[in-house]
Ligand binder design. Structure first.
Ligand SMILES: Nc1nc2c(ncn2[C@@H]2O[C@H](COP(=O)(O)OP(=O)(O)OP(=O)(O)O)[C@@H](O)[C@H]2O)c(=O)[nH]1
Length: 535
């Protein structure tokens, strides 16, 4: 049973489809692993870089704003005069704690044209109080790193240098704007430089976070040169830690500003991908099921029906099957099968007739007669019904052949055979050609009726008047007939019937031919002698 299933088309097709399905799944996994995932990751990297670009632009905007404010102060006649030493109350009039806090200034530093400190004002990072000095000493000592960097900038600046925005990392991360001090009409020469420092402290980060919508943190990195890629990203679960390095004016350091970015695009892409993969899998399974159903309906079921159909053909039921009406290949096959079977059946019938009938006369032959006799004897012994066997032999047929020739003898046999065939059909008996010019009759009837029938056969052949000029018996062809009609008992066999009929025939021949002799049990060894030779 299991072997039959594994050999079936259904099983093989299922295996083939499963293999195709597995190959498709593996291909899908490989495509996902080596094409789709990397594409999603590349897209995420682009998103990260764009986000950090946006962040950097926001910082630049803040720097430009500080620079504009610095430029505004530096190109003001009051500042110019102050730097020239002509406006001693400048600081007192213009600087206040509130102004520094509102504008988020850490420090404002004024330098003369030679780069020497002219005036410093700023909020002490420890106390938060406004301090004003003319040198970064004593309580203004915290301004020293700023001042040193600014003086280095002034030393390196050329006469063409205009205002500039910078980033400091030391002493703390800061935005710094530098602008040459000019008259309000921007006429020169520059009286010095004005620097404004805005701390990149928590408050500044908070302001930037509100502006960009990102949670930000800031660190200072020590490095001699900036790397090729200013943006790095580290995946941390559902977020990416993105970091952008910002060039510092102070050598050997850089400011790193970082943010945890939600992997919104990536996760959405991943969900879409999973959705597509799941549905692709489901669709493939549905397609496999559909293919199997179609296979079952379109091929396997018709093939099964074709098998049943051919079995019916084999049993010669001549089925009017609906398969024969199909227009497809199955229909063609069914019709071809039917044609082949019909042809085969006709051949078999011909063969059967050839093997059971005599070719010359068309009468049943000895084989068929023996079979039927066997069956009749069984019927007779079982049901105690009468049975009789007759042996018919043409008288002096050798003389006929010698006189008329063998072909005429054949013609005579054929004519007599036809006559006997008609007779058999009329009287419901079996007449076979069981020898050269010998015929046998199987008649399921009692002895007296068999005897009358034998007489009737003789008179029928006589009435045919087939010429036999040199026959000593009559001028036409005649029969001698021996009949065996034995008592029905378990001893009764076909050979007993045949041999006793032969004995009766011998008696008929011996008594002068053209006669009927009956060998019956009651008359055993005293055969009845009848002669119906016309007078
Ligand atoms: N033409 C022809 N002759 C056949 C055929 N079969 C047998 N015979 C002939 O039938 C003849 C039978 O001869 P015998 O057995 O001597 O019998 P008979 O001459 O009929 O003499 P009795 O039977 O004693 O009356 C032989 O000459 C056979 O050649 C056949 O198919 N065709």
């Amino acid at each position: 049973m299991a072997n039959r299933f594994t050999n079936s088309l259904r099983f093989r097709f299922l295996i083939a489809l499963t293999v195709v399905f597995l190959v498709a799944v593996i291909a899908l996994c490989l495509v996902t692993r080596f094409i789709l995932f990397p594409a999603l990751q590349r897209e995420e990297e682009v998103v990260v870089v764009n986000e950090m670009d946006r962040l950097e632009r926001s910082i630049e905007v803040n720097q430009q704003q500080l620079l504009a404010q610095t430029r505004d102060w530096a190109t003001w006649d009051d500042t110019y005069e102050f730097t020239q030493g002509n406006y001693p109350r400048y600081g007192e009039v213009n600087f206040s704690q509130q102004m520094f806090e509102e504008l988020r200034y850490q420090l404002m530093a004024f330098f003369n044209a030679d780069g020497e400190v002219h005036y410093l004002s700023g909020l002490n990072p420890t106390t938060g109080q406004l301090q004003t000095c003319v040198a970064p000493t004593l309580e203004c000592n915290w301004m020293t790193p700023f001042v040193e960097s600014m003086q280095r900038f002034i030393q390196n600046a050329s006469t063409q240098d205009q205002d500039l925005s910078l980033l400091y990392t030391h002493p703390s991360p800061s935005l710094v704007a530098a602008s040459p001090i000019l008259r309000t009409d921007a006429s020169g020469p520059a009286a010095g430089w004005l620097f404004k420092v805005r701390p990149m402290d928590d408050a500044w980060l908070e302001m930037l976070s509100e502006l960009t919508g990102m949670q930000l943190s800031l660190t200072v990195h020590s490095m001699t040169a900036l790397p090729a890629s200013l943006t790095t990203s580290t995946v941390m679960g559902n977020t990416v830690l993105a970091e952008r390095l910002l060039q510092s004016y102070q050598p050997g350091t850089a400011i790193a500003i970082s943010s945890h970015l939600q992997r919104v695009r990536y996760l959405a892409g991943l969900r879409s991908l999973r959705y597509v993969l799941e549905w692709t899998g489901v669709m493939m399974l549905l397609i496999i099921v559909a293919v199997l159903v179609l296979l079952q309906r379109m091929i396997l079921s018709p093939l099964r029906a074709l098998t049943l159909f051919t079995e019916q053909l084999g049993k010669q039921l001549s089925p009017q099957h609906q398969l024969l009406r199909r227009g497809d290949e199955i229909g063609l096959l069914a019709r071809a099968f039917e044609q082949q079977f019909n042809h085969q059946r006709q051949l078999n019938e011909k063969l059967s007739i050839l093997s059971t009938h005599d070719t010359l006369t068309g009468l049943p032959n000895r084989r068929l007669f023996d079979q039927e006799l066997q069956n009749a004897v069984e019927r007779a012994t079982t049901h105690h019904t009468p049975i009789a066997v007759m042996m018919l032999d043409i008288d002096h047929f050798k003389l006929f052949n010698d006189h008329y020739g063998h072909p005429k003898g054949d013609h005579c046999l054929t004519t007599i055979g036809q006559q006997l065939d008609e007779f058999a059909k009329q009287h419901g008996v079996l007449i076979a050609r069981t020898g050269g010019e010998e015929f046998s009759v199987l008649a399921e009837m009692p002895a007296n009726k068999a005897h009358q029938l034998a007489l009737l056969i003789n008179s029928t052949i006589d009435s045919l008047s087939y010429p036999h000029e040199i026959s000593p018996v009559a001028p036409h062809v005649t029969f001698s007939i021996g009949i065996s009609a034995l008592e029905i008992n378990t001893q009764l066999t076909p050979s007993v019937l045949m041999s006793t009929a032969d004995q009766a025939l011998y008696q008929a021949k011996k008594a002068g031919r053209h006669q009927v002799r009956l060998y019956a049990t009651t008359l055993a060894n005293e055969p009845v002698c009848e002669h119906n030779t016309p007078p």
